[in-house]
Design a protein around this ligand. Sequence first.
Ligand SMILES: [Zn+2]
Length: 186
Amino acid sequence: MQNQYQWLPFAVHRSSPHFDDRPHEDDVDLLVIHNISLPAGVFGTNYVDDLFMGSIDCQAHPTFSSLNGLRVSAHCFIRRCGQIIQYVPFSKRAWHAGVSNFLGRERCNDFSIGIEMEGTDTEYYTDAQYEALVRVSQVILAQYPNITSERIVGHCDIAPGRKTDPGDAFEWQRYLDALYQESTIE
Ligand SMILES: [Zn+2]
């Protein structure tokens, strides 16, 4: 299957070195929402971009020592202002989920797309972020129809006890309402 968009035409493209091949390129049926901020709770820095690009200076902040050697990425990162940066094409495996399990299937990176929202578990996400997330999600769902509404989850859902993102601050109903409402109008 040749997907229409491996790279979103409306995103900034940054090729992360942190990706590899999916076991089955067309086997994509899960969308995972995350949050991240570096340092935690500080927004608008370039450190998340540095982390995903493999160029973060682990001396730049005391808390960054834990990031030493960490090789992670996401398909997309949505900043507080709504800017979308894509790091990995959808056909490839980004390294966002870690040890994970969805309905008994492990290694969710194999079959999922990961989107990082700049934020924390407790701070409300911005309107611009919801708009961007809906826009990205609509493109993804059009290309991967096996990603049904019940297969859009948080990192907390596939790594319970280990991960809590995107946290209570993420308004799932708002997101899903906008996603499916706007899709049907189109
Ligand atoms: Zn996460």
